[in-house]
Design a protein around this ligand. Structure first.
Ligand code: HEC
Length: 136
C-alpha cells in the first residue's frame, strides 16, 4: 500500500516539475546534446549561435536573468580581445559549459567571428582555427 502511494507521489512530482521549469526565461540546449562531444553538424557561425548559444544568451544576444544570469554578448566590450571569448567557449566559465569536446577549432572560430561582428560588436580582426587550437 505504502509503495503504491510513493509511486503515485513520484508520478505527480514528475508531471509537476516541467511546469515549474517552464517559468525560467532562458532555455539552455538539452544536456544530452552538449555531452555527446564533437557532434554539432553546423559549421556556420550564425547557425552555431542560433543552435547552441542563443538558448542561454537569447536571440538578440542581450542575455537574460532567469534561473541564472546569462550575460549580454551584444555591445560587449569584453569581446575586444578575441582570445577572451575563445577561452570562455573552449574552457567554459562558471555557469557556462565548455565546448572544447563539442566543436572543432573551425566551428569555435566561426562562432566567435560571428558574435564579434554582430549584435552591435564591430571587432573586425578574424579569429583563425589555429588561434583556437592553442587555447585547448
Ligand atoms: C548553458 C548556457 C550557456 C550556453 C549554451 C552558452 N553560454 Fe555563454 N555564458 C553563459 C553564462 C552563464 C556566462 C557567464 C559566465 C560567468 O559568470 O563568467 C556566459 C559567458 C559567455 C561569454 C563571456 C561574456 C563576457 O562579457 O564576459 C561569452 C563570450 C560567451 N558566453 C559566449 C557564448 C557562445 C559563443 C556560446 C555558444 C557557442 C555560448 N556562450 C553558449 C551561459 C551559456
Amino acid at each position: 500500500m505504502m509503495k503504491v502511494r510513493l509511486i503515485a507521489a513520484a508520478l505527480l512530482l514528475a508531471t509537476a516539475l516541467p511546469a515549474i521549469a517552464d517559468t525560467a526565461a532562458p532555455t539552455p540546449p538539452p544536456r544530452r546534446l552538449m555531452q555527446r562531444g564533437g557532434q554539432f553538424p553546423m559549421q556556420d557561425g550564425e547557425a552555431i549561435y542560433k543552435g547552441v548559444c542563443q538558448g542561454c544568451h537569447m536571440p538578440d544576444a542581450k542575455g537574460a536573468v532567469g534561473a541564472g544570469a546569462y550575460p549580454a554578448l551584444a555591445k560587449d566590450p569584453n569581446l575586444e580581445i578575441a582570445g577572451y571569448p575563445v577561452g570562455v567557449i573552449v574552457k567554459g566559465q562558471k555557469a557556462m559549459p565548455g565546448f572544447a569536446d563539442s566543436f572543432s577549432d573551425e566551428q569555435i572560430a566561426n562562432v566567435v567571428n560571428y558574435v564579434r561582428t554582430h549584435f552591435g560588436n564591430r571587432y573586425r580582426d578574424k579569429v583563425k582555427p589555429e588561434d583556437v587550437k592553442i587555447m585547448r
